[in-house]
Design a protein around this ligand. Structure first.
Ligand SMILES: [Cu+2]
Length: 118
């Protein structure tokens, strides 16, 4: 009985510790992978935070370009050759914004980049 109670309270303590860990306001930079596949962005909505790294991997055997459709000045367009990749770190200047990504080669290739507020 005593053992059971101790095990139970240890489990509760562990659960609380895990809860606190995931509720922590400290944000850690993540790496988000986006595929350029069959002339589509996958996923087509990309949720990131400032400081995150986004890796674009072209799984097609032809070229894609990544560009910001509405605010091209924020990021320079990048050409990604077939089977190539490109990564960039989301700058603070994009915090709280939603940006449309396009591709010069494929006029119907779009993704929405949603950057959380800091
Ligand atoms: Cu493309």
């Amino acid at each position: 009985m005593g053992t059971n109670r101790r095990t139970f309270s240890q489990s509760v303590a562990k659960a609380i510790a895990i809860f606190i860990f995931f509720q922590s306001p400290i944000a850690y930079a993540e790496t988000v992978e986006v595929l350029l596949r069959h002339a589509h962005y996958r996923p087509e909505q990309i949720q990131v935070a400032p400081g995150d790294t986004v890796i674009f991997r072209n799984t097609d055997d032809y070229e894609h370009s990544i560009k910001l459709v509405d605010q091209p000045g924020i990021l320079s367009p990048v050409e990604i050759l077939g089977a190539g990749s490109h990564s960039f770190t989301v700058p603070e200047s994009m915090a709280g914004g939603t940006f449309l990504l396009g591709c010069d080669e494929h006029p119907n290739m779009f993704a929405e980049l949603v950057v959380s507020a800091p």
